[in-house]
Design a protein around this ligand. Sequence first.
Ligand code: ADP
Ligand code: MG
Length: 246
Amino acid sequence: MTVINSLVANDLYVDYVVKKESISALKGVSFHVKRGELLVILGPSGCGKTTLLKTIAGLLPIRKGSMELDGIDATTLAVKDRNLAYVSQSFTTYRFYTVYRNIATPLKAARVPLDEIDRRVHEAARKLDIEYLLSRKPSELSGGQQQKVAIAKALVKHPSIYLFDEPFSNLDFKTKTALREEIKRIHHDDDATMVFVTHDLNDALALADRVLVMEEGKIVKEGEAREIVFSLQDEVGLHPLEEGKE
Ligand code: ADP
Ligand code: MG
């Protein structure tokens, strides 16, 4: 059986220019994500995780290197032409919209017919067990519920890849554990392709099919979750393994 790659990154270089000075944030990053795989990229703060996800999403230009999505050259493809969903670490809901309208936003933007929007919003809300929250405003939700809304907003798009940028950073242990299970369930039930970046070793252990380790704009290690996590547990800048004690 041939393995199909959802994403191939070839030697990516991405820079930021600040006051005419160039800061190199990705320094030759190469990796692939197989279709249906949940890849965790683990690395300390500042190593380039967000830059990498934004580059995949098409939000940052690539200085050198190339990228393929589902076998098609996507190096300069417009954001709207990549069917990707980005779930960020901060809650990115619209305060004045109901939960329903928040979840429906990406579909409205894509001009999906209203009955189809309704069907997909309810389907996503049901999967995350938040149907009873659809008429509330985000301010009437807990942090965990808000993050579920953000995940539902990704789900409705039926994206070819989910990009998770440390989505549990602001959540307590219990909520984090529950949401990891939700993400695993979606990954499993929908055969979804996911890239999850984090500095939390426990995310890698709980979620990953495979782990890449990132340091200073480069991928430095690749392997199976347990083996990688135990080799890294004393590294500075990574969330240690004891959990549930906070
Ligand atoms: P991470 O998500 O792993 O914490 P980032 O991708 O946010 O790392 O940052 C990688 C590097 O790029 C850091 O050195 C950071 O300071 C720098 N950087 C990130 N965003 C910007 C920006 N908008 N302008 C200039 N430098 C940035
Ligand atoms: Mg980041």
